[in-house]
Design a protein around this ligand. Sequence first.
Ligand code: ADP
Ligand code: ASP
Ligand code: MG
Length: 475
Amino acid sequence: MLIVMKFGGTSVGSVAALEKVVGIVTRSVQRGDRVVVVVSAMSGVTDMLLKGARQAAQGDTETAHRMHEEMLRRHREVIDVFLTDPAVHDEVLNAIETLLDEFDSLCHSIKVLGELTPRALDVIAGMGERMSVRQVAAILESRGVATRALDATQLIVTDSNFGSASPLMSQTTRRTQEVLVPLLNAGIVPVITGFIGATEDGIVTTLGRGGSDYSATILGSAITADEVWIWTDVNGVMTADPRVVPDARTIPYLSYIEVGEMAYFGAKVLHPQAIRPARRAGIPVRILNTFEPEHPGTLITREPNGGDKRVKAVTAIKGMSLIVIEGSGMLGVPGVAARAFGAVARTGTNVLMISQSSSEQSICFVVPTSDSARVLAALREEMARELERQDIENIMAQDDIVILTVVGAGMRGTPGIASKAFGALGKRDINVIAIAQGSSEYNISIVVDQRNADNAVRALHAEFGLGANNTSTTT
Ligand code: ADP
Ligand code: ASP
Ligand code: MG
């Protein structure tokens, strides 16, 4: 089999984890698989890089200096244990130190300029993967696996939407095949940075936080892999975030659509875009646990078998704002909604959910809080005349809200799911601010106050019988 295996931050974040990675990759190679490895930065490293850069923009390079020391310590700890050949040890350590020195001088420039551009931020954010890849390749090599460390900047071609770039698939496919096919044919395991790509002009971009998952499916689709395996720190995709719901269970099978909805609505286990290349190419994706490699995890395919539960999972996405446009004069004014969404679209904001009250006296929709000020300004400008005439009385934002989403393909055509969800929240005095049902009927989304988020997730999880303590299989 040709398998792309992606190892997340925790999976490459410690000596113990890397020992597991070595076991997983060597077993697969010994079985005769052809393997491509995609690695994240060591856990916490991307955050440290971003923190150093942001502080530098405020005139403080002391933080970057501290982060440098901490990142060096983390890498050194691993290198010292695994790389016992002094020449290899020093070569990898030097490569990492060179990158960290580059980080220092970039932070220095940022301080001098007093400005941190999205483009500079992407160069810095991607350094964690560039350090990690050299380390992981050398470790595997030291355990007898022939490897080649590669920066995805030479494989994944993206647009120049810094911070959340999208791949240009035809160019990416051509370059990836050119580089990877000869290596694979020679029995070499390519070890590739996750998270980053480059524009056609070679400028570094990132695919958004958590983007190494996306890298894996992009590369998997480029080489038409048989499967993509996402190795992480939990037993697959679960019925809810296990940090919030202790009795969350593994979902053995999911469809591309279901997992896509879950990721879009906050299940951090997979990057929101990551499923798309796999879905287009029809490549099965497995979510597996590095720390429990024998666990079957979750298998994601087009038509999952055995998945007869109506509701499969509950997710929550925090840090959202509800934008409300209201006014009795909106009734019958044609095109208000179209103009409103046109104005929002021009700000480049992602609208996660829309709901209109049946009276047509209000339109509300949800955007990330980080975009809400821009959205309000754009709407007030677009609707200036209506506001003046008081056809629209108010355009406002309610911050600190969360979207809860109940997901499952089997919900389609099953009545009563929404009322059951409201009942569960009502019993706990959790006020529902807005609701929407996806047109696909694969999800129902409910907006509540962020204060209630965790309780609400637990309430819905219990109500639909998703927990390990519950044997219900019908709803
Ligand atoms: P990695 O570094 O391997 O990419 P992430 O931290 O990005 O790992 O994603 C894995 C984490 O996602 C888990 O540790 C878990 O806390 C969180 N998570 C949130 N929702 C879910 C869910 N529905 N199923 C599994 N994990 C989830
Ligand atoms: N290291 C990047 C991040 O922390 C990408 C990833 O881990 O997937 O967002
Ligand atoms: Mg992740």
